[in-house]
Ligand binder design. Sequence first.
Ligand code: 0A1
Ligand code: ZN
Length: 884
Amino acid sequence: MDIASRPADSDENTQIADAAPPPQAPPVIRREDYLPPAWLVPEIALDFTLGLEATRVVSKLHVARNPDGNGASTLRLNGDQITPLAVRVDGAAVSDWRLDGADLLVELSGDAHIVEVETQVTPAANSQLMGLYASNGMLCTQCEAEGFRRITFFPDRPDVLSTYSVRMTGDKATFPILLANGNCTAQGENADGSHWAEWHDPWPKPSYLFALVAGELVSNHSTFTTMSGRKVDLNIWVRPGDEDRTQHAMDSLIASMKWDEETFGREYDLDLFNVVAVSDFNMGAMENKGLNVFNTRYVLADPETATDGDFDAVEGVIGHEYFHNWSGNRVTCRDWFQLSLKEGFTVLRDQLFSADMGSEAVKRIEDVRILRAAQFPEDSGPLAHPIRPDSYHEINNFYTATVYNKGAEVIRMMRTMAGAEQFRKGTDLYFDRHDGEAATCEDFVKAIEDGTGLDLKQFRLWYSQAGTPQVSVSLTHEGSTATLKLTQKVPATPGQPDKQPMPIPLRVALFDRDSGAHAGEKLIVLDKPSDTFTFDGFAKPPVLSINRGFSAPVSIDFDREAEDLVFLAANDDDPFARYEAMQNLVVQHLVMAVSGGLNDETRAAGRAAIGRAFSAILTDPALDDLMRGELMILPAEGYLAEQMLIADPGAIHTEREALKAWLGRECADDLIALHDRALAVPYSRDAAARGARKIKNQALGYIAAGNNEEGARRALDQYRAADNMTDRQGAVLVLASLDVPEREEALADFRSRYEGNALVIDKWFSLQAGSFHPEVLANIRKLAEHPDFTMTNPNRVRALYMAAAVNPKAFHDASGDGYRLIGDLIRRLDPINPQTAARFVPSLGRWRRIEPVRAAMMREELERIAAEPSLSRDVREQVSKSLG
Ligand code: 0A1
Ligand code: ZN
């Protein structure tokens, strides 16, 4: 063999390994340390010899000295758990390469060379699901953020863009379908039963967008003609047997392609677009160029197995990944600190898309609910970070609700201030200016500034300051003038004790109490610590509607009369504000109740106000059912806890459940009428039928809370009559929390009916783990022993344990067993799949905001994890920040 090879455990390597920092102190990567790469790789050719147990990779890099680099003669190629079996420079074997930790260093004398490296990986043993791994008998890759270095040695950073050519050879029976990025340029068969394919992607891309898939797959094929008349072949690839559940994904893909042309002027740029569904996947999906890889969960949907929510999620994620083709792929990120450049913008794009496909109002409410449930707690806890972080230990830990969802809110604010039309000028300029580049968040803001004419100097603070701003509101009235006084405070977060005031765009309207109308909405921008705004023409004190449409991701502190909230819940013409009024009404009441601030009389008065607003929602003929269903949802326990400095989860649970039961009894007749009306609507995917299903399940929940027997009877009837998953799951959801005989019947039927359907069996696990059943914790422990449970499939792990971690009754059980359950899970899962294990840490990290007895137990659990001798970088970072 003419290629140099040497063992990985040579003396030199051992010495370097000894000198490496101890595993307890992973290096900190800082944004301010960014340096351009010393070497670029304009072209790469990869040759794979595929096998589930062993895959050989020969990679040929055309490297060129970067004129903007530091001129170093050493080429640094990142690696992770791989060994260079052979290294060759310009065709000749070399032996002066060395390892620095996991990286391969090669000395180069000239300005351009061809560097070849050979590696071998073991896909079947790759339980982390990063790099090349086996899933369900097929091979697939996941390279974002730093998975490519687990396949071959490469400058694995997003600012190194290369043109990829891929050749792969594999056994034809095991891997009948061979896919990679771009277009298939050649294929053929060998005499030994193997076959091969060559793929070429003409668009230069960073390594994190590389993908390869090989296995037995069938496709739903369609075509799309782009706005310039180019025909694109579309395929959704799934395992044989799943093809009947791919049409919604295909429809969503076609709708996404059309929408991006119409709304952002973005056209698809290859002749082929492939989507592959895999059942073992750490996240939702991945936007690899021309070859998106999806968690099956966001591809497969039919009425029998997917709820309306699942259908919406498929549409949203298909859109999200497709939109990345421009926001992420054509314009990518310079470094991982800029992650929100692609993620925040793409989330905004998918939100706008889903809003256009369905109800804008309902979509906005759902998005805000997600932000409040996932991002607000992050922003007020030990893991708080700006949407553009300043440092990290492990980049996988920064795929967060802050980077994604708050990132989207920040861009949405720019759009609100500029108006949609001007904003489009800004995004056009951004795409034009940076096409083919690895850009920064600063580049994006500058393009929006230049394209819209906005001055975003102070606005840039939204990128650098963490923490949810709090806006205190007071409204006074004198003569015919109403004066609005606003004060902002951006709370201290780890590493950021002092904050500057930020520009906060607030859409406001003042309602005349008598007419129930307002004289027009205004956009005001609070950009000082405190400011006043006056409004004329009010004979009586008006009712203020503020942060309409949730125009800024802030929390509003406005102590006001319940009657004003009842008024807005019934009259506000902004659907979000109407929802918000209802939420505030309940939040104010429950916060008082939990803190012991209610006596019999004030409790009765508070409930009566909520009851009036709730009953108006149930019966308002002008409301569509999708919106009605939204308005019926009580604020989540986690969101209630957020409103208190120190929360008592037990008291919150009791009070919220008591209110729900009271509403169930108080409004029983209306709820039963609603449930009966909805039961009569036949299944269809139109808005009216979806609305009917939504209120059906909402009503059922309240009926059961008010009267267990009536609820159980209705739930079982609904279950038996169901011809779709929304009704079936809604019924089981209610029964799973009740201690009634109907519960077992429904759960057993559900399991046997869907035996072998992994996504529905996931539901069966989460319905039980998320329930408020008295024995929920014991049930979860039993389910962990169930033959269908496995630690190696992230969907199954999340189905059981994430459902438990977000279930306040299970997680915050006074015994501390819920904390122990999650602590045990993290310790067991970490060696298998650190990325997924680390996602469970933040729930325990909330301890500072929880009453002292529970807080001590949560902390103890974190300490137990910290004491593990060999934690992954992922879990180590989250645990030490949570304790620190
Ligand atoms: N870029 C993807 C998210 C993603 C990130 C990391 C992954 O590694 C397992 C997978 C997917 C997105 O935003 O859709
Ligand atoms: Zn994304």
